[in-house]
Design a binder for this molecule. Structure first.
Ligand SMILES: *[C@@H]1O[C@H](CO)[C@@H](O)[C@H](O)[C@H]1NC(C)=O
Ligand SMILES: [Mn+2]
Length: 392
């Protein structure tokens, strides 16, 4: 299947342009420009409008961001940060259901912009930072063929990543010198935040990231190692079975590890994969500050890809996940640690293994996932993906 079947020759700088110039029937029915920031009613009864746009009404996108059909009709749309779903869960070894993760996380994110979206500890409002942030919907992913699905995710991610970012990089705030991209190909790429999906999706995403940035650092928050050899999962009876959500990584910093192992040899394999490990229980001795320090020492100022398994949070706070492990971090602790990444060049990120069917009626897990992503978005908004050009 081709991901970009419908073409458009317009350069679409805003949603309202689409509404104005595109005469397609379904677009006319879609209130494409009804999401406003900060939160504001667009419809006042008695004001010749229809109704206030409340956070509990309307179409649910991430943080009520504008929905842009980046992989369809609006395939030329430019943005700075895009949320995209990867509803894939046929790589799970225990509880399936993460294919509903993107829809669940969007529902959990409804209140993010209720009061405007200002992040107090990070002193930034990512939604008013001047960046164009959109929800691109989901990558079409087949539930019948893992190899094909992985190809779809890689192509869909690349399709977004390989566009040029909407906003120019600008100048360094302290020196005033112009910034140049930190990518390997010299292009100013937008950032993609992927809503999983089980952890398998990180394999095709990292392939996409590699196409723009070359080798980068990976920060991986997870209760599990995910560097297991396929035989840990009962062997790989076929090439397809060798690809699953526990075997998707190839480099650098684990956080929140607390799984049982098949034996100490699992750590040997993890070491050989080049990972530094932070055990979940270290929070009792070195605290969030100590954990942040360890991560920053490992990563330095290199470009970073951030992958967050919701199971890094304790099941008391985030029960709805594929492979829950007790003894994890609280939602507050993980959010503090993510804010501790302030200043790092996070080139893209994901949150995976949210399986809403196992959630409480209070939507604990999907809310936690959305709020963790709010911290990621805030860190991204504060640090452009640029460096000061070398003078020669
Ligand atoms: C960046 O600096 C250049 C001079 O080096 C200046 O011409 C330009 O207007 C500045 N751009 C912004 C966005 O401030
Ligand atoms: Mn995990």
């Amino acid at each position: 299947m081709k991901l970009t079947a419908i073409s458009s020759s317009l350069f679409l700088s805003s949603i309202s342009v689409v509404a104005a110039h595109n005469g397609h029937h379904d677009d006319l029915q879609m209130p494409l420009d009804y999401v406003k920031y900060p939160y504001q009613a667009v419809y006042h009864p008695g004001d010749n409008e229809v109704t206030a746009d409340s956070i509990f009404s309307g179409i649910t996108t991430f943080a009520r961001l504008p929905w842009v059909k980046c992989l369809g009709r609006e395939k030329d749309a430019a943005f700075d940060i895009a949320f995209i779903g990867a509803p894939f869960d046929t790589g799970t070894s225990y509880r399936p259901g993460a294919r509903f993760g993107p829809a669940g996380i969007r529902a959990g994110s409804r209140r993010l912009t209720l009061y405007g979206g200002y992040n107090v500890p990070l002193a930034v409002n990512p939604f008013l930072s001047g960046l164009k942030i959109v929800d691109c919907g989901d990558i079409p992913v087949t539930p019948y063929d893992n190899n094909y699905a992985i190809k779809q995710i890689e192509e869909g991610h690349k399709e977004l990543l390989q566009r040029t970012a909407f906003s120019p990089l600008g100048n360094d705030t302290s020196t005033g010198k112009p910034l140049v991209p930190i990518s390997a190909d010299g292009k100013h790429h937008p950032r993609i935040v992927t809503l999983g999906g089980d952890h398998t999706i990180v394999l095709p995403i990292l392939r996409s990231i590699y196409s723009a940035y070359g080798a980068i650092s990976v920060i991986h928050f997870d209760s599990h190692l995910d560097t297991w050899k396929p035989q840990v999962f009962g062997g790989a009876p076929s090439e397809q079975a060798a690809i699953n959500h526990g075997t998707s990584y190839s480099s650098l910093q684990h956080g929140a590890i607390r799984t049982t192992l098949s034996g100490p040899a699992d750590y040997t394999n993890d070491d050989a994969s080049g990972f530094q490990r932070i055990e979940a229980r270290e929070i009792d001795t070195i605290g969030t500050d100590g954990i942040i320090k360890k991560i920053r020492e490992t990563v330095g100022d290199k470009p970073v890809y951030l992958s967050i398994d919701i199971d890094s949070i304790d099941p008391a706070f985030a029960p709805a996940t594929g492979t829950p492990e007790t003894g994890g971090w609280s939602t507050r602790e993980l959010r503090t640690i993510i804010r501790g990444l302030d200043g790092l060049h996070i080139v893209s990120a994901d949150i995976v293994e949210v399986a809403p069917a196992y959630d409480t009626n209070a939507e604990l897990t999907t809310m936690a996932a959305a709020d963790v992503l709010f911290e990621v978005l805030s860190v991204m908004a504060k640090t452009p993906l640029g460096k000061i050009a070398q003078e020669d």
